[in-house]
Design a protein around this ligand. Structure first.
Ligand SMILES: Cc1ncc(COP(=O)(O)O)c(C=O)c1O
Length: 430
């Protein structure tokens, strides 16, 4: 046995020395703490507590209150259902103005609840950072505007704010910039997720900041609290399954030797790394698609309130690592590989809190690129997060099809970040 273990360790280190394991990291992140996992496991031995109405909300500041949910998509769906049932809208069709790119869950909720004629897609500029209203959509009477911020920074929505009056402004700020700037647009609702890869990072939960409005037509907060209280809390089985899956992902994402062993196993069995990652991303509950209309337990809310202030440190880490990675590329390369970061060239002050490592790869290089990364045992996956609407124009669809995710940078060393950039620069030569 001892000989077997020693030979195994020797082979492992030889393979490591020969760079067989490529670059560490996967196209997803998991910043959940061991303490948080431990608390959820312990809670399985106790009765789950339903939160009181006081638990479900808190005062954020003079202008905003916060409501806590089971996840962000639950909160958004609850908001949309409540608006549809609102007395002000029951006898007429609602018009929704949207930025063109959203998370799959938000896109699905909008498409399931409104006809495509009533979902009006705004334009995004060629740098993918400014949202404008197309000429022919300027005279529409909008009821709700939904903007999803992208690229770990805030989109410029000045045009929307100046030209649309009276609509409820909703912002998905999960993948936006530093959280202290999130109130700059004075949005009516700001949606957050506390998923394992978000800021702040936990296992369950999300929250929404809701503006205290003089406009008492909608009672958004009150209706939201009432609707959440009518939902059932998750079963122990559901909490166990998600906690267990998250633990597995935690080990796979964050422990080098485990990740390397999995790569070795896949190689020996003849599997393509990119295919396996795509499947994990599709099927694992960290990325759950259904059965989310639940009420959070008291533990979920208490946990998320207690980690609220960890956001800043996570942001600093992402900004530092993203900056290092991007600064390895020439201006020309940045414009091609990260077109949403062109302002970095002008200002030389790249500030992106994006947890993912997104890169644009033109269709003609895609297969070559996937094969190249597979050959070097480096993870790559076709964009699983950013989606557009069925009736969006072909340019946006093609653009999203050309986005790929490389290993996230949050747990890479400086050397590994530089190393990864070299692989990316090499694509054209291979
Ligand atoms: C931009 C964005 N919006 C919405 C969501 C949905 O959040 P949740 O998983 O908490 O429902 C996510 C989650 O990944 C996201 O990245």
């Amino acid at each position: 046995m001892i000989y077997f273990i020693l030979s195994f360790i020797t082979i492992y280190f030889i393979l490591d020395y020969l760079s067989f394991f490529g670059v560490f990291g996967v196209p997803g992140s998991n910043q959940v703490t061991i303490k948080c996992l431990y608390q959820y496991y312990c809670s399985l031995f106790d009765t789950f507590q339903k939160p009181s109405i006081q638990n479900l909300e808190s005062t954020y500041n003079n202008d905003y209150d916060t409501v806590y949910g089971y996840c962000c998509r639950q909160l958004f769906n609850t908001f949309i259902q409540n608006m549809k049932n609102d007395i002000n809208y029951t006898n007429r069709t609602m018009n929704i103005g949207v930025s063109p790119i959203h998370h799959t869950s938000f896109r699905d909720i909008l498409e399931q609840n409104f006809a495509k004629e009533n979902i009006h897609i705004f334009d995004i500029d060629e740098n993918y950072e400014k949202i404008t209203i197309p000429e022919e959509k300027k005279d529409i009477d909008y009821d709700i505007i939904v903007i999803t911020h992208l690229w770990g920074k805030y989109l410029d929505i000045t045009d929307i704010k100046q030209n649309i009056k009276g609509a409820i402004l909703v912002e998905d700020v999960i993948l936006a910039g530093e959280y202290e700037h999130e109130f700059n647009n004075s949005a009516d609702l700001l949606f957050h997720s506390c998923g394992m890869d978000k800021r702040p990072s936990s296992l369950f939960g999300g929250y929404v900041h809701i503006k205290n409005n003089d406009d008492d037509r909608f009672y958004i907060k009150e209706h939201m609290l009432q609707s959440i209280q009518e939902l059932s809390i998750p079963t122990k089985r559901e909490v166990f399954k998600k906690t267990f899956d998250c633990t597995l992902l935690y080990l796979l994402y964050n422990v080098r030797c485990i990740q390397n062993m999995v790569k070795l196993f896949l190689y020996v069995r003849g599997y393509k790394l990119s295919d396996i990652i795509q499947q994990i991303r599709k099927n694992k509950p960290g990325f759950e698609h259904s059965n989310y209309m639940k009420e959070p337990t008291k533990l979920m809310i208490d946990t998320n309130k207690s980690i609220y202030n960890t956001q800043q440190d996570t942001e600093k880490l992402f900004i530092k690592n993203n900056k290092l990675f991007i600064s390895q590329f020439t201006d020309k390369e940045v414009a091609v590989l990260f077109p949403w970061n062109k302002d970095f060239i002008n200002t030389n002050s790249h500030i992106s809190c994006l947890p993912y490592n997104a890169v644009y790869i033109d269709e003609k290089y895609q297969q070559r690129c996937i094969d190249y990364f597979d050959r070097h045992n480096i993870c790559i996956i076709n964009n699983p997060t950013y989606k557009t609407f069925d009736h969006a124009n072909i340019e946006v669809k093609t653009f999203l099809d050309n986005i790929f995710y490389l290993p996230c940078l949050y747990n890479l060393t400086k050397r590994e970040i530089v190393h990864l950039s070299k692989y990316l620069k090499n694509i054209k030569n291979n």
